[in-house]
Design a binder for this molecule. Sequence first.
Ligand code: ASP
Ligand code: MG
Length: 441
Amino acid sequence: MIVSKFGGTSVGSYEAMSHSASIVAKNPGRKLIVISATSGTTNDLVALEDFSLNSTDKESRLIAIETRHKSIIQECPNKEELLTRFNGQLSELRIHLEQQSRDKRWKDRLYAFGELMSTYIFADVLRTRGVEVEWLDARKIIKTDSTFGNAVPELATIKKKADTHIQKEKVYLTQGFIGSDIFGSTTTLGRGGSDYSAALFAEAVGADTLEIWTDVAGVFTTDPRIVKNARAIPEITFDEAAELSVFGGKVLHPATLKPAIRSGIDVKVLSSKEPELKGTTIVKKSESEPVIRAISLRKDQTLLTVRSLDMLHQHGFLAKLFTVLANNQISVDLVTTSEVSVSLTLDTAAKASNKVELTEKVYRELSEFCDVEVERDLSLVALIGNKLNTTSGVSGKLFSMLKDHNIRLVCHGASANNICFLVEEGTGEKIVKLLHKRFIK
Ligand code: ASP
Ligand code: MG
């Protein structure tokens, strides 16, 4: 059994939907199809949550959503029926936007419109390709806690719900990204969460393979927009892919791999534009495990440095620091320490929906026991591969190549699959080009 996920660009127009539908039709093993909102729609919905949005901007967002979907519906054989349903959803959306209390629960219900809209239309496109799909409300299966915006799935319940509602012989189409809590309120798994949904579904139904259909043909050696001859990696291990998804290879949502690793499901990353290409398969153990497989770049990094003389020969300082961050729900990415200072970067990937910023409150709480310095406009470059912590000579080669650049922070040693360092934003791409040429070609 295969679970196939199609991202926003793979369902973003009638043409894209047609391609994706043909892919589904080709293999009867594809029993559960998970899709995102049409590309751009979630961004429009996120913009609409802003109470201060003036009415012109609000209307233009609503019109963008309407035009995008109606231009797809126009091409569908059942356009009357689809149009009636879509207009209903649009009025529901307008009513939702009238509500005064805009809490996180309200926001998640708002975001869900995107996936609910796209699935009704794609169901029709699939049926015209002869795929008899059943439309499934993901909120019936993907049960989560009530952390709106970044909900945590409840695995045992999801499994039970899947056993009850999903029959092996049927083909289902459902939404990524959304779920519901025990009170039935709609929740979301965080921006880009459809991959994660698909992996949760794959785990719950005991699938052998999870396909992630996107607009790039796999996981690349680096961002092809930066390096022209970057190429798709045929096979990569879960460990490397996990590092890559966290450190900038935006192909997969970082959490996606967890259910797949747990349950031994092969993950394939494929392009719906070029379905004949092999893409990338992510596996537990790969035949080839090169020391350096890929190079990634993550922009917009914030470096936080705290210093305190109290830290000298003291215990508990790090605990105190991390408690403040944890209490403010800030997740940390990289850390280096000296006797009296700690530098760390904040995890922006985990919170893709709201860029992590140090609020005044956090700043104040930290300033009570240390000096705080914040540097912005940094980029993180990561080398991803295998045995990086035990292979001699890698860092020598690396840093001799970077002798003309100022490196703000280095993390090396903790992971066998990653060496990374922070550089000034302006130099990130240049460094990636240089390293790709030297280490990958
Ligand atoms: N539609 C959601 C988003 O744009 C989920 C996803 O595409 O994975 O974040
Ligand atoms: Mg996506």
